[in-house]
Write a protein that binds this ligand. Sequence first.
Ligand code: CTP
Ligand code: MG
Length: 226
Amino acid sequence: MARPEHALIVAAGKGARMNTPVPKQFLEVAGKPVLLHALDAFRRYSKEIRIVLVLNEADFPAWELLRKKHRVDGPLEVQKGGATRFQSVKNGLGSIRDGGLVAIHDGARPLVSEGIIRESFRLASIHGAAVATVPLKESIRRIAGAESEGMDRSQFRIIQTPQTFDVTLITAAYSAEEDPSLTDDASVAERAGHRIMLFDGSYENIKVTTPEDLVIAEALLRARQM
Ligand code: CTP
Ligand code: MG
C-alpha cells in the first residue's frame, strides 16, 4: 500500500525582510492570501493529503477567519510555530504520527506546481530525501573581508521547497540540536548523514521575501489564471 502523504506548510514567520504590518504569508496576491495559494496547490495535487499548517499562535484568529472565508476543507491540522524555522518544522513534525512521507513547504511560496509536488513525493519514496532546485541565473562572488573571489556558478544550485522526506528520517534529523547555519531541511537531513536527491524546481516557484517579490508573484499568478 502507498505510504501516507503529508504536507507540512510552515507559515509562522514574521517576515522581517518584507516589513509589512501583516506577515507576508497573509498578504493578498491575485485574489487570496499567499498562504492559501500554497495550500491550494497541495489540495489540487491530492484531496486526501494530510496538511499540517504551522502558524504563529498570534495568527490563529486570523487563520480562523481565512479558513471560513475561503472555505478551506480536507484533512488539516494547525500546529503552533516556534521562534525559528527549525523550531516551526520540528513542532509540525511532532504532529505526524503515522509515518509515510512529508513534503515540507514554505507558506511564502505561492507558486509551487502540482508537478513539482508530485515529483518530490515520487523521488522521496525512492531515495528518502528529495529537494527542488534551480540553477543560478546570475554570477556570484565569495566575499572574504575586503577581498572577493569569482565563483563558478555552475557548481551551485538555489534551493527551493518542497523538500520531501521519509517521515522517520526527517523526524530523527530534527531531534538533533539546532544549528543556526542550517537554513533548510535538506541541510538538517544531510547533517544526520543522509544523501539528498535534487530535482528540477521552477524559476516561478519563488519565495515571497522582499516587497518586489509580491509584484512578481501577482504577475505570475495572474498569468496562470488567464
Ligand atoms: N517560518 C516559520 N517559523 C519561523 C520562521 C519562518 O514557520 N519562526 C516560515 C515562514 O513563515 C516562511 C518560511 O518559513 O513561510 C521561510 O522563511 P522566510 O522566508 O525566512 O520567512 P520569515 O522568517 O517570515 O521572513 P524573514 O526571514 O524576512 O523574517
Ligand atoms: Mg526567515
